[in-house]
Design a protein around this ligand. Structure first.
Ligand SMILES: NC(=O)c1ccc[n+]([C@@H]2O[C@H](COP(=O)([O-])OP(=O)(O)OC[C@H]3O[C@@H](n4cnc5c(N)ncnc54)[C@H](OP(=O)(O)O)[C@@H]3O)[C@@H](O)[C@H]2O)c1
Length: 328
C-alpha cells in the first residue's frame, strides 16, 4: 500500500489506517480478543502501518488489545492513541486535560501499548477548563522526554488548532469526515493546509451507514452507541437512504462496493488525508483496503459533489450530551 505524510514532523503511514475502537467499544459487544489480534496482523500483512486507539475505548481494553497485537511489530508500525476523558465519570461524559492527568494517561497508555514512545498522541476532545497552551506545553514536555513522537488534536476548531500549533507543532487533526459530514472543508482544511498539518478522518464510512449495510430495519445491540445518535434513528436512517442510491450507482460503474466508493472519495479530497475505517471482520478489512486502488474520475467526483449538494442529511451526528464537546 502507498504511504502518505502526516504533518511536517516526519510521520509517514499507510494511506489507509485501521480504526480499532469498534473491536472493544462503541458498537455493541466487544469482539473476541484473539480474533482481533489476528485481524490486526492481517491488516499488517495487507500493508497497514497506522493503528488508531484511545485510553477511553473500553476504557483500556482497546489499548491492551492493540498493544498485544502490535508488540511483534514494534518500530515498523505507528500507533495513535488519545487522552482527555475523565474516566471516573461514565463513558465519555467528562473531560480532563489537566497537565497531571495527561501525564498519568500517557504512563498508562505506554504500559498498555507495551511501547516506550507513543507515535501520535491526540487530545481526544478540547477541554474548556484547561487552556490549550497548557495542553500543548505538556505534550511538548513529553516529546522532549522521548515519551511521545507527535502531537494531534481531535474535533478542535480553527482557533484551538492555531493556538496549540504555536506551542507545539501539530502533526494531525483527527475529526469526523465523510460523504455525509463535510463540515471540515470550508475552514478546517485551509487552516491545516496553511499550517502543514495532516488530517485523519474518523468514521469515514459514516459509522457503517455509507456501506449500504444499514437500513431502517437494522436492529443495533442495546450497548451500541448508534442507538443514541440522532442520525441513526429509524426515521433518519430511512430519510437518508437517498445517499446510498448514488453510492450504489458509482459502485456498479466501478465494479466496487459503496464502502470502497466512500473511502476512495475521502482519499481523493487531499493528499494529506489518511482515513482510519474500522471493522471487526476480515472480509470487510480486505474490501476497505482495496479502496486505495480505486480511481474515481473527475466526472465521478463532480457528480458526487453535485448530487450531494441536493441532499440534506437528516439528524445530528452526535447525541446532545456529546455535541457540546465538539468543534471547540
Ligand atoms: N477521535 C474520535 O473522537 C473518534 C470517534 C469515533 C471513531 N474514532 C476512530 O475512528 C475509527 C473509525 O471510525 P468508526 O469505527 O466510528 O466508523 P467507520 O469506520 O465509519 O465505520 C465502522 C462501522 O462500519 C462497519 N463496517 C466497516 N467496514 C464495512 C464494510 N466494508 N461493509 C459494511 N460495514 C462495514 C463496521 O462494522 P463491522 O465491525 O461489523 O465491520 C462498523 O460498525 C474508530 O475505530 C476509532 O479508532 C475516533
Amino acid at each position: 500500500m502507498k504511504t502518505r505524510k502526516l504533518g511536517n514532523q516526519g510521520l509517514e503511514v499507510s494511506e489507509l489506517g485501521l480504526g480499532c475502537m469498534g473491536m472493544s467499544f462503541g458498537y455493541g459487544t466487544p469482539a473476541d480478543e484473539n480474533q482481533m489480534v489476528k485481524l490486526i496482523h492481517e491488516a499488517i500483512d495487507l500493508g497497514v502501518t497506522f493503528f488508531d486507539t484511545a485510553e477511553v475505548y473500553g476504557p483500556y481494553a482497546n489499548e491492551e488489545l492493540v498493544g498485544k497485537a502490535l508488540t511483534p511489530f514494534k518500530g515498523r508500525v505507528a500507533i495513535a492513541t488519545k487522552f482527555g476523558f475523565d474516566l471516573s465519570k461514565k463513558g465519555t461524559s467528562g473531560l480532563d486535560s489537566r497537565p497531571a492527568s495527561i501525564r498519568s494517561a500517557v504512563e498508562g497508555s505506554l504500559k498498555r501499548l507495551q511501547i516506550d514512545k507513543i507515535d501520535l498522541l491526540y487530545q481526544h476532545r478540547v477541554d474548556p477548563n484547561v487552556p490549550i497552551e497548557d495542553v500543548a506545553g505538556t505534550v511538548k514536555g513529553l516529546i522532549s522526554e522521548g515519551k511521545v513522537a507527535h502531537f494531534g488534536l481531535s474535533e478542535a476548531g480553527v482557533q484551538t488548532i492555531r493556538r496549540a500549533h504555536a506551542i507545539q507543532p501539530l502533526t494531525a487533526l483527527q475529526s469526523e469526515y465523510s460523504l455525509w459530514w463535510r463540515e471540515p472543508e470550508p475552514e478546517i482544511f485551509p487552516t491545516l493546509e496553511e499550517l502543514g498539518i495532516g488530517f485523519v478522518p474518523f468514521s469515514p464510512l459514516g459509522k457503517g451507514f455509507l456501506t449500504g449495510k444499514i437500513t431502517a430495519n437494522t436492529q443495533f445491540e442495546a450497548s451500541d452507541f448508534r442507538n443514541a445518535v440522532p442520525r441513526f434513528s429509524e426515521e433518519n436512517r430511512s430519510a437518508n437512504q437517498g445517499i446510498l442510491e448514488l453510492l450504489d450507482q458509482l459502485a456498479d460503474l466501478h465494479k466496487a462496493t459503496p464502502a470502497q466508493i466512500a473511502l476512495a472519495w475521502v482519499l481523493d479530497q487531499k493528499p494529506w488525508i489518511v482515513p482510519i475505517p474500522g471493522t471487526t471482520k476480515s472480509h470487510r478489512l480486505k474490501e476497505n483496503l482495496e479502496a486505495a486502488k480505486l480511481e474515481l474520475t473527475k466526472s465521478d467526483l463532480e457528480k458526487i459533489n453535485l448530487e450531494f449538494s441536493k441532499i440534506s442529511v437528516k439528524g445530528e451526528r452526535y447525541p446532545e450530551s456529546s455535541q457540546k464537546m465538539i468543534d471547540r
